[in-house]
Design a protein. Structure first.
Length: 422
């Protein structure tokens, strides 16, 4: 069991404490267990607000004709209200407490009040009240104030004298951790700034190590650095860089290892953010419709539905590819331009070539019956444009083209491409 130690005197400004003198530290026993006791000195009781405006309370009560008992009770009740407002139970805050490795996230868990007054008829010689839990704590801060206020109630001259003591009991409590990414949908080569925020109540935890990680087998990108210390606002930062030509989903995690001040409670606090990387590189399934006009054979004009596959290879803001939609092609190229965090536009050109049989049947028997068995080649050019989304992995395509050899068809079309695999 760790022995309770009395540290005195201690300078407290707000709640920032530092030992300004440390004479021999006494060891004091306590039935509730061991904890540190901090006794702040140098407090201006009026400005600090811990005890409220005692003179004002006395004046207000005496002006209503309250006797010594009423004023004594009113002062005690006002102190309780002031301290409750100053130290709401469970409201965590980071503190640098002058005990070994004292920086941590703490919350007040209990309050003890005692007013040893000069005596008033009808009330206890010492007024006492306990709020919350004053057991199993790590330290307490003791506040003391002498009271000496004269007042007249009716025709009676009264003197309110005594000592007010307030003990605030504290226990370390886990902070909260949140992780955000400024971009959650990325193309290969993009970066996303990651910010982890470590908070104790409304304040950031300072100089605490936060680790960043993602599954090794994700293969989506790299993280730098692997760990960062929080700044004055409780922020730790890292950068995710997506690999070129990768597509998939992964999770980046921020982790903080916390322990209670006594070290008997240890927790791994974590938060995560989902990231998705996109690329044109891979196989896309396409469905759509075309309208043909001006064909050499009038019966070929009309509206046609179809499906096919395109294979893209992206390199920076340019791409090449091949596939079958809307024509068989091995010459497809263009550029990609990002239009938002998750959206992009592609523009490109493909040149196609087709071999078509003019005969109803392409066999010797058909030829002997007078059918033409010749085959002829058709060439053409297609201009296409697409609006895509990394998040949905789809591209809405429009295109137009014309035969430049072998036929005279002109066509327009529209469809949708869906990413399938690399």
């Amino acid at each position: 069991m760790r022995l309770r130690r009395l540290l005195a005197p201690v300078l407290l400004t707000g709640l920032a404490m530092a030992i300004i003198a440390q004479p021999g530290l006494g060891q004091v026993a306590d039935d509730r267990g061991s904890y540190y006791v901090l006794q702040p000195s140098g407090i201006d009781a009026e400005d600090d607000g811990i005890f409220g405006d005692i003179s004002g309370v006395v004046s207000a009560m005496s002006s209503t004709g309250a006797d010594l008992a009423g004023v004594t009770t009113a002062v005690f009740d006002d102190v309780i209200a002031q301290v409750n407002a100053r130290f709401p139970l469970g409201a965590a805050r980071p503190l640098e407490v002058p005990i070994p490795d004292g920086y941590n996230c703490y919350a007040p868990v209990g309050l003890y009040f005692a007013f040893d007054h000069g005596g008033a008829d009808g009330i206890a010689r010492t007024l006492v009240e306990t709020i919350g839990d004053i057991d199993d704590v790590e330290f307490r801060i003791d506040y003391l104030r002498e009271v000496d206020e004269a007042f007249i109630a009716g025709d009676t001259q009264n003197q309110l004298v005594g000592s007010l003591a307030v003990n605030v009991y504290w226990r370390s409590t886990p902070p909260s951790l949140s992780l955000e990414a400024n971009r959650t949908r990325l193309w290969g080569g993009d970066t996303s700034a990651l910010t982890a925020t470590l908070m104790c109540g409304d304040d950031g935890m300072v100089d605490q190590a936060v680790e960043f990680s993602m599954p090794i087998d994700a293969g989506l990108g790299s993280l730098q650095p692997a760990a960062d210390d929080t700044d004055d606002a409780g922020l730790a930062e890292a950068v995710f860089s997506a690999y070129e030509g990768t597509a998939g989903a992964g999770v980046v995690e921020a982790v903080y290892q916390w322990s209670s001040q006594d070290g008997d409670v240890r927790l791994t606090i974590r938060d995560a953010v989902d990231l998705t990387t996109g690329t044109l590189t891979g196989t896309w399934k396409v469905t759509g419709k075309e309208r043909w006009t001006r064909c050499t054979i009038p019966e070929d004009n009309g509206v046609y539905s179809g499906r096919g596959t395109i294979h893209f290879l992206q390199n920076g803001n340019r791409f090449t590819g091949y596939g079958r939609f809307p024509r068989e092609t091995d010459d497809l190229s263009g550029t990609i331009r990002r239009t938002g965090p998750n959206t992009f536009v592609i523009t490109g050109t493909s040149r196609y070539g087709e071999v078509n049989g003019q005969a109803d049947r392409d066999d010797d028997e058909a030829c002997t019956r007078g059918y033409s068995c010749d085959t002829w080649e058709t060439y053409g050019v297609i201009k296409f444009r697409g609006r895509g989304s990394i998040e949905t992995r789809t591209i809405r395509l429009t295109w137009k083209g014309r035969d430049t050899q072998g036929d005279t068809c002109v066509f327009t079309g529209r469809g949708k491409a869906r990413y399938r695999s690399r």
